[in-house]
Design a protein around this ligand. Sequence first.
Ligand code: ADP
Ligand code: ZN
Ligand code: ZN
Length: 745
Amino acid sequence: MKERYADIIVDISHEKVDRPFQYKIPQALADAVCPGVRVHVPFGRGNQDKVGYVVDISDHTDYPKEKIKEITAVDEKGISAEGRQIQVAYWLKRQYGSTMITALKTVLPVKQKLKRPEKKRIVRCVSAGELPEIIEQCRKKHQVARVRVLEALLTEEELPYELVRQKLNIAPAALQALEKQGYLRIERESYYRNPVRQMSRQEERPCLNETQEHIIEEVLADYRQGRPGTYLVHGVTGSGKTEVYLGIIEQMIAMGKQAIVLIPEIALTYQTLLRFYKRFGDRVSVMNSTLSMGEKYDQIERAKAGEIDVIIGPRSALFTPFANLGVIVVDEEHESSYKSESSPKYHARETAIQIASLYGASVVLGSATPSLEAYYRTALGQYKLYEMKDRPGGSVLPEVCTVDLREELKQGNRSVFSRRLKELMEERLRAKEQIILFLNRRGYAGFVSCRACGHVMKCPHCDVSLSEHRNGMLVCHYCGYEELKKMKCPACGSRYLMGFKAGTEQIEEAIHREFPGARVLRMDADTTRTKESYEKILSAFADERADILVGTQMIVKGHDFPNVTLVGVLAADLSLNQNDYRAGERTFQLLTQAAGRAGRGSKPGQVVIQTYQPEHYSVVHAAKQDYEGFYEEEIAYRDFMQYPPVAHLLAVLIVSQIQEQGKRLGEEITEMVNCEMGSRAGFQVIGPTEATIGKLNDLYRHVFYVRHADYQVLVEVKDRLETFCRQRELKNQTIQFDFDPMTTY
Ligand code: ADP
Ligand code: ZN
Ligand code: ZN
């Protein structure tokens, strides 16, 4: 019989996580020992009896066999909270490929002994009736920040300090000034104890409609009957999904269960968080990237100690170690930020489902534009689908029109604004309503295209677009290839080859030129280097201190500007030019979300989509706000190409210091994989080739893809390659795995 060994972490105080010790698994315990189980082991020189956690199991050891110690016994108490975290880490490692240490560090927070920060809250000191006059005085003095705080205090007697600082973007000085004036008081108390005191509970709860009631009831009925499932709520923004989450969570808490709510960082807005605070008071906590390690650790401790019931946050909030988790909500389930970009490259949706199964918890997914993955699985009957078609407030969906940019040029219009858009912009400026201009330019800085036919100048070696430089050269930023900018389009011969200098900056200039007097705010990677500047721009726009907001995809997410009645998408198809099987999906999502920004208030909204490919199905269906139509075409394409979600795709990235070595290693392992597993039906290896970004930070990148309908077959491929790497003891080279990648390499 084969010997088996267990990696054991003897002290789970987390600093020691990176030091597992290997023990032999005695035959008698073979069945009982698995990752996450607590065991007794003899430790150190004196063979003291210690308790440890099994984190990994293998059939090889680097120790001399006669020296290795044996596990003494298995702890009978079952799997603890920590044990479950370890099981999750083990699953991440198996499912996505990484070392166990990296997986553990993903799941367990780093313990740090830091001084506990104070938690503060802002308490109103005057009656709500007195406020309007005070607000009016501040407004006259143009104290906009103070106006924002006081307005927030109109409805709330007290507010969490953090929320006001970060989400309302109020400087401490403004708060101190208001405190001095006696309008409010800043109260301090121990953070750990009480992050947010019970807030005024007089929230106006809407009376839920039938659909909402029905979803809540079904999810909970399944749960109570011991059949927790995965549910997808498909509904436009504002259709009442959050109300459904709140309803489910409330009843879970009543049963003594806890909830994890995942919201993409960018959508963690003041309004959303406030709703959770109001419903659950001091039993809710927020996790986000602005928290220090020490603060994160505190959150975890509070969750473990049973002091909170709900945690809200981005991807990493998933690993909060609740004792009795009842439900995980994944809002905006289609967001690509749910996929980790570093190893283990896990997807939060899939991981949520795994964690839920360990706890017997339910999973509720929500989106206005569900991922192909989620929608496909509702079609397979794996998830239950709920549609929420209408907005309870009754505000109507915007009217969308598509403009063909090729036609504009034919008519002699060389502005970045089509005639239709320009006309509507003038109308809106006159009416003192606001406008959002959205430039979809992911990955495209300064590319050059033909204004007559839409042809994009590309690098002959890399299949990425070339960027125009000031000296008239076109340069590939990925491989360094250069060529002189041509006079004529190679595809159609037109002379209108234009550098779409991409920039939001250029758009801003164009606005100043064509709409003198309009007040413009710009939001892109350059203007939002710091977190604060991001919130600042948003609140300035919300305060109507600008007429037009220009920006990249970051402006289309979840913000509510009731006075915005026109959204212009300046070049809708840019993201379609990517060499990427998800390009159509991403374009559809962006366009639909951008359109959703218009007419959120009582006034109806209009949307203009400018594009070179008005006939592309992503554009056509987005203009009609027709998700099902889009889904049908997209899934047919994925099925035909055997792309996810119909089949699965594993990207294997080989990173090496020497280009030739990487190339050879790629050839060697694809041949090995083909040879050992290639006879399975539907098994396909694509590549190896140089990656799209062939060289990054002086390291050469080669990639190949393995495609198969069964995910577990791809896991086998990964396991085989990990063994290969261990045996080969690769130097100067690493292999990385990405399952069902979000982009192509
Ligand atoms: P979503 O999460 O889908 O964007 P929300 O739950 O935030 O939608 O609801 C949008 C707005 O409609 C909120 O202001 C909410 O209070 C309100 N709302 C939700 N459900 C109802 C309802 N049944 N009746 C009236 N208003 C509702
Ligand atoms: Zn190139
Ligand atoms: Zn052309």
